[in-house]
Design a protein around this ligand. Structure first.
Ligand code: AMP
Ligand code: GLY
Length: 424
């Protein structure tokens, strides 16, 4: 199989690492990739949203499988673009149709979907410019905190948890009146705040059958003890101690099965990943959001723990035979620690020379925001590199990642020293 993986983050580095281990993988290309993915395949200088460029590349290189890592190309309809093209329609796409990707691309779509199938989620209302005044009144009378979400994609920044009515109102105004997130915030979902502990569940579906990949927990806040602003994710662990069989059975019965069945009953084409971001409130699972892709940095612990051949799973997915797959988990814990640039998630420097890679032992390095400049690997993003390790306990996995994180050098290196903290 010739495979083209789209993306350039830590997630894609971990997926590339996994794909190239498969004997079924003949050639692996990553567009645009990063210095980490270059170790597992050939990087191709194409943007994930350059459908025309991707089209030509796939034809020229006889690509059998297209694996979009991030949500953007899926929400923009890369699936439909391929299936409507006579030269490309036989390509296997790991990901949903444009309509299916609305589970992530539109909060209103996903809320209504959950409502139709009684899938547990926070209560909500939706507002636009047309019922703006009603929205203000609603916010003034609502208990705190309260959650405001831009309907569309906003690069992970479209969710605000307002602690005061003033903050809620000013956020609401800037989203709707000042188009803070452009068209994405023309509609705003106002949602009840759920207080609990989060879990990332990864469903791999062929549209009929599904399997669960190892679950993970992501650490989103920049500061230790889960303080400070939200980031793309500062680390992850897998497995997650509270996701025991009783809890996961509830997740399957109340969320996963109604989701897969609901998509099927509405003839929404969906072959790929459904990432359910959920929250456990008093032992009960509620959906916070759906995503149509893997999580980052969750993938940096999920791929290391997935023992199956990923390419074989993709072929089973394409054949509608995921019922024949039994997912094998590595019994060990995995812990990913994300090394970031000082200042992130605010302003930060790029281009800082990195060193020390050769001293890392017994950890996997998944490059996220790095590039090559003048022959050196340099920082090129807020999240720079994930250090993932195995251990027989969370603590041992985390310690190994911290030991190795110390070897990687660059100016302004920062990481959270407490990944997995609540389970130690
Ligand atoms: P999202 O972009 O929907 O994943 O939201 C980003 C983050 O905001 C989530 O990972 C949660 O930490 C938090 N969040 C979103 N919705 C809620 C909610 N209803 N209650 C509490 N926290 C939430
Ligand atoms: N780590 C959360 C996400 O990928 O959306």
């Amino acid at each position: 199989m010739n495979i083209l993986l789209l993306g350039s983050g830590g997630r894609e580095c971990a997926i590339a690492w996994k794909l190239q281990q498969s004997p079924l993988c003949k050639q692996l290309f990553i567009a645009p990739g990063n210095p980490g993915t270059a170790a597992y395949g050939s990087n191709v200088p194409l943007s994930v949203n350059d459908f025309e460029g991707i089209r030509q590349f796939c034809i020229n290189n006889k690509i059998d499988i297209l694996f979009p890592g991030p949500e953007d190309p899926l929400v923009a309809g890369i699936y439909d673009f391929f299936k409507n093209d006579t030269d490309l329609k036989h390509t296997i796409i790991v990901g949903p149709s444009k309509e299916g990707a609305q589970l992530e691309g539109s909060k209103v779509f996903s809320k209504k979907f959950m409502q139709r199938y009684n899938i547990p989620t926070a209560g909500y209302r939706e507002f636009t410019n047309d019922n703006f005044e009603e929205g203000l009144k609603y916010l003034k009378n609502h208990s705190l905190p309260i959650v405001l979400k831009a309907d569309g994609l906003a690069a992970g920044k479209g969710v605000v948890i307002a602690q005061s009515t003033d903050e809620a109102i000013s956020t609401f105004k800037s989203m709707i009146k000042d188009a803070q997130f452009g068209d994405a915030s023309k509609t705003v979902v106002i949602e009840q705040f759920l207080d609990g502990i989060e879990l990332s569940v990864f469903v791999f579906t062929d549209g009929n059958n599904y399997v669960l990949l190892p679950e993970a927990k992501d650490y989103k806040r920049i500061g230790e003890g889960d303080t400070g602003p939200n980031t793309g994710g500062m680390g992850a662990i897998s497995p997650v101690p509270f996701a025991d069989s009783t809890f996961m059975q509830k997740v399957i019965e109340r969320i996963v099965e109604p989701t897969v069945k609901g998509l099927k009953s509405e003839n929404i084409i969906y072959q790929g990943i459904i990432f359910v971001g959920l929250i456990k409130v008093n032992d009960e699972p509620y959906v916070i959001e759906y995503n149509c892709r893997m999580g980052d940095p969750e993938t940096e612990v999920v791929m290391p723990r997935l023992q199956n051949d990923l390419v074989e799973m993709i072929l089973k997915m394409n054949g509608g035979k995921l019922n024949e797959v039994k997912v094998q988990h590595d019994p060990r814990f995995a812990c990913a620690v994300m090394l970031v640039s000082e200042g992130y998630p605010g302003n930060y420097h790029k281009g800082r020379v990195m060193s020390g890679f050769e001293n890392v032992k017994d950890s996997l390095l998944f490059h996220a925001g790095t590039t090559i400049k003048d022959g050196n690997i340099v920082t090129n993003g807020g999240r720079v590199i994930a250090v993932s390790s195995y251990g027989d306990t969370i603590k041992n996995a985390a310690y190994k990642s911290y030991d190795n994180a110390a070897f990687i050098n660059y100016d302004g290196k920062y990481y959270r020293a407490d990944i997995g903290w609540e389970f130690l």
